[in-house]
Design a protein around this ligand. Structure first.
Ligand SMILES: Nc1ncnc2c1ncn2[C@@H]1O[C@H](COP(=O)(O)OP(=O)(O)OP(=O)(O)O)[C@@H](O)[C@H]1O
Ligand SMILES: [Mg+2]
Length: 329
């Protein structure tokens, strides 16, 4: 079976809710001595991180994705939970003496946010070598996903994929701001797929000076997501417009982008036509949108097939066969 290796961040998200309004407690002409503290009335921890978000959705779809990333010694419960759903964590390396990357966010009642991201073990991601993870996969690795991670790791992963001749999906998202125009150009050039949301794509154009046509020439397939307006896929001179699947309820938009990426990867691993891969991504995104957190939603492959059929019409043969397989191996 063809395998994917997903690289990127692994983090714990600590989400706090402040019942008031942040702006009532910040005095604009005293910003030079700013000192604010907010009494929050709820705190929850959510497992997060782009690499595991993507891998989690792939596992629900029946794949056995491997993740390559760095975590702290505290990351034991999540390892067991992810292994149980079918994610291979053998290349998730625990680093001594640091915590797993942590995202602390307080949200006020108007959804304004004050957040800090502690890099923790993610700062060691650049020490991992792709060659170690690729060599021990039976049948090799069909593709690598380069998702947001320590910037130096993202740069070296691009170089390693090129040196080893391993196709890769370039997904710089949140880290676009931390990568140079040259880094981004190197990542896009020769990628199997380049994916971003529309805002991130503007940032890329801004930083690299590249136009959409240039990017389409440099990558195999370009995917741009547009939130509730759907997504567009350009491949081999063709453009596919992918619709959304209306959610039963919009509970939490965090992680929808990562869930969508699982459809793209499934398509690559099994040569699904792009419109099918995009629709699988859109449906994964809707499941993610319907649950709090990025790895709390769940579905059986039978239920996924039924919902795909109900929304998009018949499930194409290739996809139906995949979803009917009981076990990934
Ligand atoms: N409100 C919505 N209803 C249905 N589907 C949605 C909605 N928002 C997003 N999606 C689906 O998820 C895909 C990715 O969404 P989006 O473009 O918002 O990604 P993103 O900005 O990277 O998200 P994230 O906040 O996870 O980083 C969309 O192309 C669409 O298929
Ligand atoms: Mg995103």
């Amino acid at each position: 079976m063809k395998r994917v290796l997903v690289t990127g961040s692994i983090a714990n998200d600590y989400i706090m809710a402040f019942p008031g309004d942040f702006t009532e407690h910040i005095i604009p002409d005293k910003l030079d001595v700013l000192s604010v503290s907010f009494l929050v009335d709820s705190l929850r921890r959510e497992p997060g991180g782009c690499a595991v978000n993507i891998a989690y959705n792939l596992a629900l779809l029946g794949e056995r994705p491997a993740v390559m990333a760095t975590v702290g010694q505290d990351w034991t419960e999540d390892r067991a939970r992810l292994e149980a759903v079918g994610v291979d964590t053998a290349h998730v390396k625990a680093v001594d003496g640091v915590h797993t990357a942590s995202f602390f966010v307080s949200t006020d009642r108007h959804n304004r946010q004050i957040a800090s991201f502690y890099v923790g073990a993610m700062g060691h991601a650049g020490e991992l070598r792709l060659a170690d993870a690729v060599d021990d996969r039976p049948g090799g690795v069909a593709a690598v996903v380069i998702a947001p991670n320590a910037p130096e790791a993202m740069v070296s992963l691009v170089a390693e994929c090129k040196a080893l001749g391993v196709p890769y999906v370039y997904d710089p998202s949140q880290q676009i701001v931390r990568l140079s125009g040259d880094d981004l150009r190197a990542g896009i050039a020769g990628s199997l797929v380049m994916i971003a949301n529309e805002y991130e794509f503007e940032l890329i154009r801004d930083k690299t000076g590249l136009e959409a046509d240039d990017v389409r020439r440099m990558t195999g397939t370009l995917v741009i997501t547009h939130g509730e307006k759907g997504s567009q896929i350009w491949s081999n001179g063709e453009r596919f417009d992918i619709g959304i699947v209306p959610p039963a309820a919009e509970v939490d938009p965090t992680g929808v982008g990562d869930a969508y990426r699982a459809g793209v990867v499934l398509g690559l691993l099994h040569d699904l036509p792009w419109p099918v891969a995009g629709r699988v991504g859109a449906l994964c995104a809707t499941y993610a949108l319907e649950a709090l957190g990025t790895q709390r939603h769940t579905f059986t492959r039978a239920a996924f097939a039924d919902r795909y059929a109900a929304h998009f019409g018949a499930v194409p043969d290739g996809l139906a066969t995949l979803l009917a397989q009981r076990s990934p191996d």
